[in-house]
Design a protein around this ligand. Structure first.
Ligand SMILES: [Zn+2]
Ligand SMILES: [Zn+2]
Length: 555
């Protein structure tokens, strides 16, 4: 019998932002902590999402006992539908987390086969040699937990995402006592969230946005549109409360917003008094002085509610002079261009726009711990070993440096990147041979994996070809200057090919026709709209999935 040891194998989220996944292996038993996704950068043309490479799990599939979830954010649960089809293991999560997962599994047609186990903060679960206690932590969504995992070599604590909020909106503070209790007992290793390590001080409580939002609501001459992440249940609750307090009713638009509000409300985690909601179909006619609309689309995603509202192309919500729009979210790096373009559209319509930056009163606060909270946690837990999680390399590095400075780590601090393996034994902690890790690119319509974008493109070209719609658009008027051209390679050699292309041209014309002038001059938006519409049409009429790369010629 070999001596007990535990391998920690990060398959995603270390040295990159998103797609968090940590594997713990003890002998022939494996648990997976979180299974997140990452949204692709613009250069990954045609790819919808990115998930971790789970080759290691597939190679050891008979050992995988469970996926254990910390909370309901996409970067922690988003890859479940893609992984579960091939690796149907039990999933453990809190009530809200599982409710969000269920929705995803339902859409993927996997809900019937999924094995879901509800847990809650304070509960214990035994999975093989791992005895897990769920510890309540505060974050930007609800029902978030850290995991204290008892293994044959000691206790490993995985924080999940957290901040230390002493006055959370739902009255459930960060469970400092539980962390202190484990610290007293002795902790082998702490794995902790590094997201905000570049911020000194403390992250303000979620309640810090209440007064600034109330002031803006009271000052607003007409309707108020607030956009926040649809998973930010605390923020949504505050917007509802403040709307009612300032004599306004509330409407919800955007699929993810409506879905999440419904889920949280069904679980009794969102208080929405009777008679306080304006039905979507009544939003246009409701007295704008008495209305707050909560909309999704904080990052100016091309098809989101707020993007559409900003160019007056939303079915349910109009925007007019002196309306107020509040972006109650972080401007995620990489999205600045799209967001500021959307803000420009709003200002052009003489809308009062409030967003992060240049404001002394916060309309958004982060859900992640700043330096002082990280120090506090390190001091409470006093682990033997420390592994920074959840961040790009510089964030992991700085979290390691911070831990060094605090001096609360008894043994070594390990900077790991995805795929790098650490083994804990009775003798200490040791780096081991790395395992396969990386990014898998997925087309979300197909639940299909694509190993690399190059392979995807090659496969597309070989099997389904490439379709390049070429449009000449006047940069200033947004007018189409000529009939759209469609160039194809390896696509449609058959008889009806010409007919399909003629129809495809009509689809493009229709997309253009249904777009506003601003959308037409915003090439990110118009390209995406054309890609989506054309993809739908071609998939339906040819059963092929060609790579679609719209090209716009500036006139
Ligand atoms: Zn996260
Ligand atoms: Zn999170």
């Amino acid at each position: 019998m070999s001596k007990p040891s535990v391998l920690a194998i990060p398959l995603g989220g270390l040295g990159e932002f998103g797609m968090n996944m940590m594997v713990l292996r003890c002998g022939d038993d494996i648990i997976v902590i979180d299974a997140g996704l990452m949204f692709p950068e613009a250069e990954l043309l045609g790819v919808d999402i990115v998930i971790p490479d789970t080759t290691y799990l597939k190679l050891h599939r008979h050992m995988v006992r469970a996926i254990v979830l910390t909370h309901a954010h996409e970067d922690h649960i988003g890859s479940i539908p893609y992984i579960l089809g091939d690796l149907n293991v039990p999933i453990y999560g809190t009530r809200f987390t599982l409710a969000i997962v269920k929705k995803k599994l339902q859409e993927a047609g996997l809900l019937d086969v999924a094995k879901l186990h509800e847990t809650a903060a304070g509960q214990h679960v035994e999975i093989g040699p791992f005895k897990i206690e769920f510890l309540h932590v505060t974050h930007s969504t609800i029902d978030c937990v850290a995991l204290a995992i008892r293994t044959p070599v000691g206790v490993i604590i995985h924080t999940g995402d957290f901040k230390i909020d002493h006055t959370p909106v739902d009255g459930k503070p960060f469970d400092l006592h539980a962390f202190a209790r484990y610290g007293q007992e002795g902790v082998l290793a702490l794995f902790s969230d590094s997201t905000n390590v570049e911020r000194p001080g403390y992250t303000p409580s979620e309640r810090a946005v209440a007064v600034p939002l109330e002031e803006l609501f009271r000052a607003a001459p007409r309707k108020v549109v607030v956009s926040c992440f649809s998973s930010s249940v605390h923020r949504i609750q505050q917007v509802i409360d403040i709307a009612l307090m300032t004599g306004r009713k509330i409407g919800f638009v955007g699929r993810s917003m409506v879905d999440n509000v419904e889920i949280a409300h069904d679980l009794n985690r969102l208080r929405i008094p009777d008679g306080s909601v304006v039905r979507p179909q009544d939003l246009k006619t409701y007295d704008p002085k008495k209305l707050v609309v909560l909309a999704s689309g904080t990052q100016a995603e091309p098809m989101s509610s707020l993007s559409r509202i900003a160019v007056d192309n939303h079915r349910l919500v109009t925007i007019e002079q002196n309306d107020t729009v509040i972006l109650s979210a972080r401007i995620i790096p990489g999205n600045e261009k799209a967001i500021f373009r959307m803000i420009d559209h709003l200002f052009r319509r003489q809308v009062l726009v409030y967003y992060e930056g240049g404001r002394s009163a916060p309309i958004h606060v982060s859900g992640h711990a700043s330096q002082e909270e990280m120090k506090l946690l390190l001091n409470l837990v006093r682990p033997k070993y420390f592994v920074p999680l959840h961040g790009e390399y510089r964030q992991l590095f700085r979290h390691a440096a911070l831990a060094q400075q605090v001096g609360a780590v008894g043994g070594e601090i390990f900077l790991l990147e995805s795929g790098q393996v650490l083994e804990f034994t009775a003798d200490g902690a040791f780096r081991r041979e790395p395992v396969t890790a990386g990014r898998v690119l997925v087309d979300s319509g197909s639940l299909e994996e694509i190993e690399e974008v190059v392979i995807r493109e090659r496969r597309h070209l070989a099997e389904d070809g490439v379709v390049v719609p070429i449009l000449a658009i006047d940069k200033h008027t947004g007018r189409l200057e000529a009939q759209p051209e469609i160039v194809t390679r390896g696509f449609l050699p058959s008889d009806d090919g010409q007919e399909v292309l003629n129809e495809a041209r009509k689809v493009i014309l229709k997309t253009i026709e249904n777009s506003t002038a601003e959308e037409k001059t915003d090439w990110g938006v118009i390209k995406e709209k054309i890609r989506v519409d054309l993809k739908r049409y071609l998939n339906k009429h040819t059963a092929k999935r060609p790579l679609i790369l719209p090209v716009i010629l500036e006139i």
